[in-house]
Design a binder for this molecule. Structure first.
Ligand code: GRF
Length: 188
């Protein structure tokens, strides 16, 4: 194994968090692979612009989650990947990857976990009348947004906030907190 710390990012959509990583040279030079499960996702174009290799993979082409993750695992091992950072990857990580990368898979979630896990965390905060929400970076375990917390930052929910307005403020925090936390984790 080389002494380099190699990173893979998993994403399914826009990839603004991925972009925030690409804009830090110390992280960019460690990113050796983007794994994306959605053809045409804007995150792919972002990877192309920075010459990051992309593994585009379609779960429907596999017999189940185990076969799908084994295929990803082969690619991760071929590239000597040490860390996986999830950035809007819209699937639960299964046993195959969890066992191979114990303590090395990290996710970002747009709430102060354990509040508002799962989908539409920002909408959940607004609909329940919460006065604050935030961003959580956490290790990934077998549950939905249940792993040990690494970093959190609070964001007030303002009276009359729309989902779009709050999303913008949440993402601004994400784009600073995730790269900063990644640098700390991978020791750059
Ligand atoms: C982010 O809000 C992140 O917290 C959540 O998914 C969203 C991804 O946004 N897990 P983007 O694709 O990085 O723009």
């Amino acid at each position: 194994m080389s002494t380099e710390t190699n990173v893979s990012v998993f994403a399914s959509g826009n990839g603004s968090n991925f972009q925030s990583m690409l804009e830090h040279d110390a992280i960019l030079k460690k990113i050796k692979l983007l794994v994306c499960d959605k053809p045409g996702a804007p995150v792919i174009e972002r990877a192309n612009r920075y010459n990051v290799p992309v593994k585009l993979i379609s779960p429907a082409e596999f017999t189940g989650k185990e076969a799908y993750e084994r295929d990803i695992l082969t690619e991760l091992r071929n590239r000597d990947i040490h860390w996986i950072f999830l950035a809007g990857y819209m699937r639960l990580i299964g046993a195959t990857l969890l066992h191979a990368y114990t303590g090395k898979i990290v996710n970002i979630h747009p709430s102060l976990l354990p509040a508002f896990p799962g989908l539409d965390a920002i909408g959940q905060a607004i609909r329940t009348g919460a006065t604050e929400t935030g961003v959580t970076i956490h290790y990934v375990d077998a549950g939905m947004d249940t792993g040990a917390i690494i970093a959190q930052q609070c964001i007030p929910v303002l009276p009359g906030d729309t989902v779009d307005e709050l999303t913008q403020r949440v993402q601004k925090v994400e784009h600073a907190l995730y790269p900063e936390t990644i640098k700390r984790l991978i020791n750059t």
